[in-house]
Design a protein around this ligand. Structure first.
Ligand code: SF4
Length: 216
């Protein structure tokens, strides 16, 4: 992990201040949901899928399955068809049914807030658990998705590919009040300027603090 050198501290301060200047400072969730467990399911569906696609699918899905019980007793094949367009539908359907059964049998139908209890649910990794902790329980957490992984590496804040390691490294160098909104802001940056295929470095307000730009 990067040592907390003066240079890294300065970079962190600059990057976080600039992100605050250009993007909203409240945690925004791009996935649509009304009930807490719906966010869990939407996040499970978002693996290897865009938020827009998930929102299209969940619009009908949450009308058809109106409760945790409905998901827990869903027919696997039917649920697979319902979520087909999000990809990896077999595993996703299997995990959604299993996770909802666990919520009913182990948690009285309530979402737990504890990271270990969340990640003990079928198909729930730290990313999904941290989305739930951030948006449902407002517990400071860093969600490492594809944008956070890519852009944090480009900036030189981290130097690794493993999302769990990235989460722990960022927790060490960021003040806690930035943990939740870093994800929201970096997603906005990844969609508007630092696009995966063609980052617009010439017009990027983070360029002076970006290792990837400086090294060009
Ligand atoms: S300078 Fe380029 S690579 Fe670095 S954050 Fe900005 S757009 Fe991304």
């Amino acid at each position: 992990m990067p040592r907390l050198t003066k240079k890294i501290k300065e970079k962190v301060n600059n990057v976080l201040a600039l992100l605050d200047e250009h993007y909203p400072t409240e945690d925004k969730c791009y996935l649509h949901y009304e009930k807490p467990y719906e966010l869990l399911i939407a996040t499970m569906l978002s693996a290897q899928c865009t938020d827009d696609r998930v929102n299209i699918v969940t619009k009908d899905l949450f009308k058809k399955y109106k409760s945790i019980e409905d998901f827990a007793s869903a027919d696997l094949k039917e649920l697979e068809e319902d979520i087909h367009s999000t990809g990896f539908y077999h595993n996703k359907a299997k995990n959604i049914i299993a996770a909802c059964r666990q919520l009913l049998t182990e948690h009285n139908g309530e979402l737990p807030s504890d990271i270990n209890e969340l990640t003990a649910l079928a198909g729930v990794g730290r990313k999904t658990a941290n989305v739930v902790r951030t948006h449902i329980f407002h517990i400071p957490s860093i969600v490492v998705d594809t944008h956070v992984k890519r852009i944090s590496n480009k900036l030189g804040l981290v130097n690794c590919d493993d999302p769990v390691k990235i989460e722990f490294e960022l927790m060490k160098i960021f003040p806690q009040d930035h943990w939740g909104r870093y994800n929201t802001q970096v997603i906005a940056h990844g969609r508007s300027i630092c696009k995966a295929r063609r980052p617009d470095c010439e017009n990027c307000f983070l360029a002076q603090d970006c290792d990837s730009y400086i090294k060009k």
